[in-house]
Design a protein around this ligand. Structure first.
Ligand SMILES: NC(=O)c1ccc[n+]([C@@H]2O[C@H](COP(=O)([O-])OP(=O)(O)OC[C@H]3O[C@@H](n4cnc5c(N)ncnc54)[C@H](OP(=O)(O)O)[C@@H]3O)[C@@H](O)[C@H]2O)c1
Length: 323
């Protein structure tokens, strides 16, 4: 199915009843997984017709009599994927929403539940990273990549950030460095021998974060420390990860995958752990150490243009639908 099967439609609003929460949506990004869901290539496929969008922020308009955790005026984000956030309003169940503090900027709140949470978990759950350790990542200009740079910088962890070459690559390098990136290099530079000099200045990375796959992932592995871990969280090149046998035998690298949705489902019983992650991320936002990704704000009515823009390469800006 093409993404152009989309259209704006009036749909009936459910009754709030005892347990429902009427939410006015304010802003929602277009992420690659939203596109994959529409294309039918994502592990979560809603029954059709469906409302698109897995992430966003809304404001509570009214709550059912038995709702205890939220009140009118609260800002809310989805607790899980599949909520359908590209809409102006809806009635949601209480357990599908998480409360956001009111002082978090709108676009930060709209883009918090997927990419920064993914970056946070990948930097916390796979290797014990100390200040001074280094992490290498590809797609460093992606929403996940920008969050990795900032969260790592806040922890004193060095980042080596790989991006695809483009005409304005120096501008992009400068932008990522202003977020706290220690090194930004292109995929071509990573393949060259001179890159070895880089690792005379900083330790070889103990963790590699792969959002691309294909040759890009193989290159990350080449620079990984002995017994280091590569976490694959995305496959933007649509190419499989090829692992040299030597990396497994002589370097004993560990290869893992990560899916934020699964993590949230696995931890749905542990609301405190989810709350702690959101609190830590909100604190970084308040301290100016975590900002929203570079983005372009687009009125919902212009969703077609926004969907098209979200699929273009070398854009380095996330499309945010404003309701
Ligand atoms: N596993 C999880 O839980 C999880 C959570 C969040 C995101 N993700 C995945 O992570 C990836 C990034 O998501 P995002 O929201 O951060 O993305 P985004 O902000 O939309 O950025 C897309 C990134 O992909 C790169 N890219 C696009 N096409 C590419 C290609 N053919 N080869 C190499 N790089 C390419 C872009 O680089 P250019 O600027 O060079 O085009 C850009 O860095 C997606 O695959 C997404 O599904 C996974």
């Amino acid at each position: 199915m093409s993404v152009f099967c989309f259209s704006l439609k009036d749909i009936d609003l459910a009754e709030v009843g005892d347990f429902g929460i009427h939410v006015k949506m304010l802003a929602a990004p277009i992420n690659p997984s939203d596109i994959n869901m529409i294309q039918g290539t994502y592990p979560i496929l809603p029954d059709l017709p469906a409302v698109g969008g897995n992430e966003g922020v809304g404001q509570v308009v009214k709550t059912g009599r038995s709702v205890t955790s939220l009140k009118t005026g609260d800002l809310v984000i989805p607790a899980d994927a599949g909520l359908g956030t590209w809409r102006t309003e809806a009635v949601f169940a209480e357990e599908t929403l998480l409360k956001m503090p009111p002082d978090i900027p709108l676009v930060c709140a709209a883009t918090l539940s997927v990419n920064p949470c993914t970056a946070y978990r990948m930097l916390s759950d796979f290797e014990i990273l100390k200040p001074g350790d280094s992490v290498i990542q590809n797609a460093a200009n992606s929403g996940v990549g920008q969050a990795v740079i900032q969260i790592a910088a806040a922890k004193g962890i060095k980042t080596i950030n790989v991006v695809r070459d483009r005409p304005n690559v120096l501008e992009l390098m400068h932008r990522l460095k202003s977020l706290g990136a220690d090194h930004v290099i292109t995929e071509d530079m990573l393949r060259k021998l001179e890159t070895k000099d880089l690792f005379k200045k900083i330790p070889k990375p103990v963790l590699a974060l792969n959002g691309v796959g294909g040759k890009s992932a193989t290159e990350l592995l080449r620079h990984l420390q002995h017994k280091g871990t590569m976490v694959t969280y995305g496959g933007m090149s649509k190419q499989p990860v090829t692992v040299p046998v030597s990396a497994l035998i002589f370097k004993d690298v560990k290869l893992c995958g990560f899916w934020m949705t699964q993590w949230k489902r696995d931890h749905s019983w542990n609301k405190e752990k989810v709350k702690d992650m959101i609190t830590d991320l909100c604190n970084l936002i308040r301290m100016g150490q975590l900002t929203s990704p570079a983005c372009q704000e687009v009125p919902l009515a212009d969703y077609q243009a926004a969907l098209e823009a979200s699929m273009k390469p070398y854009v380095s800006a996330k499309q945010i639908l404003l309701m």
